[in-house]
Design a protein around this ligand. Structure first.
Ligand code: PLP
Length: 425
């Protein structure tokens, strides 16, 4: 529980009894703040949207140990799509980078924070995506927060899918461009908005490549055709695609054959690419050069720690050597989706390792997720306001390191739990 600073605590305590007393000045403000926050927290609990954090006492992987017991839990809710978070070569690369380059830079990039490994990783990211250059950030949230403001002015326009990730929405809020929001993956609506936006100097269409709540993939071919017709640029957030979508895991643009038509990619190093942390923008060199001069989360935040750089760099090496890991994840995704569908469940999306098991009712999603954990399967239920009302679901995420037996155990548990709670006949 939050208790304020030492000075405030002193002011709040009466001499002997230690009971709080309202005082003047700072202390009264602290009491007021505390009351307001406690009411807000109560409202969150009352609305049933409180998020609990389960504590893991082992490495990230397909099998987990939870703090306070619960060993051998099968994990189906991490973004560890390729299982690289605990890959021995990734861990070794992190240790080597830590030993050679130290714990961190104590500096932003342009002052004293650029090491050879940062430059190497940026070059590798650009090569992986077949783009001209790349720039690293502490997270993809930062990459999304930094790009729109640096690139767009009040003369320009940005057109954003209504279900884009919160970080894209926040990044767009920070910029002064004219804002258009089109209906989720609705090409008619996008075209109407592009027509409206013709009066502006530049148009940027911004979309998630793959949407994390539904496991659906943006219609990039159609988006790129419209962009060509209305002279617009295309930006994609590839957090749920980089490393595993497309024949070589390059992402949604590779999967849909439009690598040469998407201008800007933002993505994360914190999911499939080793899972540590970090994000980036990759695209035309003058854009990357401009971001180094103007992008606030880049200019005013510490460099990525060497160990984190080491993880991501090794993950990219592994993916550029072979597409076997990405292919293995695709096969497992197929196994889970087809077995669950045969069992009678509705799985949203198509061919994506995010497999939302659609249940509709929020309570049903919560009790089924709890009961799955009782059977040793860790999955999470999502309901309103994270997803629309009446569209509650349990989101399952497949990883290349799940075995076929893990997948089958998960399907069996879902079938038992679904029958028990009336989700299946
Ligand atoms: N974009 C999307 C689509 C995401 O799902 C996420 C993470 O959840 C982010 C951006 C932020 O990524 P990071 O964790 O690197 O900040």
């Amino acid at each position: 529980m939050w208790r304020g600073g030492t000075a405030a605590r002193g002011l709040l305590r009466s001499g002997g009894g230690g009971s709080p007393r309202a005082a003047s000045g700072t202390a009264a403000a602290v009491v007021q703040l505390r009351q307001r926050l406690e009411k807000e927290l109560e409202d969150i609990r009352g609305a049933g949207t409180w998020k609990n954090e389960r504590v893991i006492a082992s490495r990230q992987g397909p099998h987990l140990r939870l703090a306070g017991g619960g060993a051998g839990i099968l994990n189906f809710c991490a973004n560890n799509y390729l299982g690289l978070s605990s890959h021995p070569e990734v861990i070794r690369a992190a240790v080597e980078a830590l030993e050679k380059f130290g714990a961190g830079l104590s500096s932003v990039r342009f002052i004293c924070g650029t090491q050879s490994i940062h430059k190497d990783l940026e070059e590798k990211i650009a090569r992986f995506h077949q783009r001209e250059d790349a720039i690293l950030y502490a997270s993809c949230f930062d990459a999304n927060a930094g790009i729109f403001e640096a690139l767009l002015t009040p003369e320009d326009a940005v057109l954003s899918d209504e279900l884009n990730h919160a970080s894209i929405i926040d990044g767009i809020r920070l910029c002064k461009a004219n804002k258009y929001r089109y209906k989720h993956m609705d090409m008619q609506d996008l075209e109407a908005k592009l027509q409206e936006a013709q009066k502006h100097r530049l148009r940027l269409v911004a979309t998630d490549g793959a949407f994390s709540m539904d496991g659906d993939i943006a219609p990039l071919r159609e988006i790129c055709q419209l962009a060509q017709k209305y002279d617009a640029l295309v930006f994609i957030d590839e957090c749920h695609a980089t490393g595993f979508l497309g024949p070589n895991g390059r992402g949604t643009d590779e999967l849909l054959g439009v690598m040469d038509k998407v201008t800007i990619i933002n993505s994360t190093l914190g999911k499939a690419l080793g899972g540590a942390a970090g994000g980036y923008t990759t695209g035309p060199k003058p854009l990357i050069d401009l971001l180094r001069q103007r992008s606030r989360p880049y200019l005013f935040s510490n460099s990525l720690p060497p160990a984190v750089v080491g993880c991501a760099s090794k993950a990219l090496d592994l993916l550029m050597e072979s597409n076997a890991i990405a292919q293995s994840m695709a096969a497992k995704t197929q196994r889970f989706r087809s077995k669950m569908t045969a069992a009678g469940f509705t799985i949203s999306g198509k061919d994506h390792p995010i497999c939302p098991v659609m249940l509709g009712d929020a309570r049903l999603a919560a009790v089924m997720a709890e009961d799955m954990l009782n059977r040793g399967i860790y999955v999470i239920g999502f309901s309103y306001p994270v997803v629309p009302k009446g569209k509650a679901r349990i989101r399952v995420q497949i990883s290349a390191v799940h075995s076929d037996e893990d997948i089958d155990r998960c399907v069996e548990a879902f079938t038992e739990v679904g029958r028990k709670h009336g989700a299946l006949p």
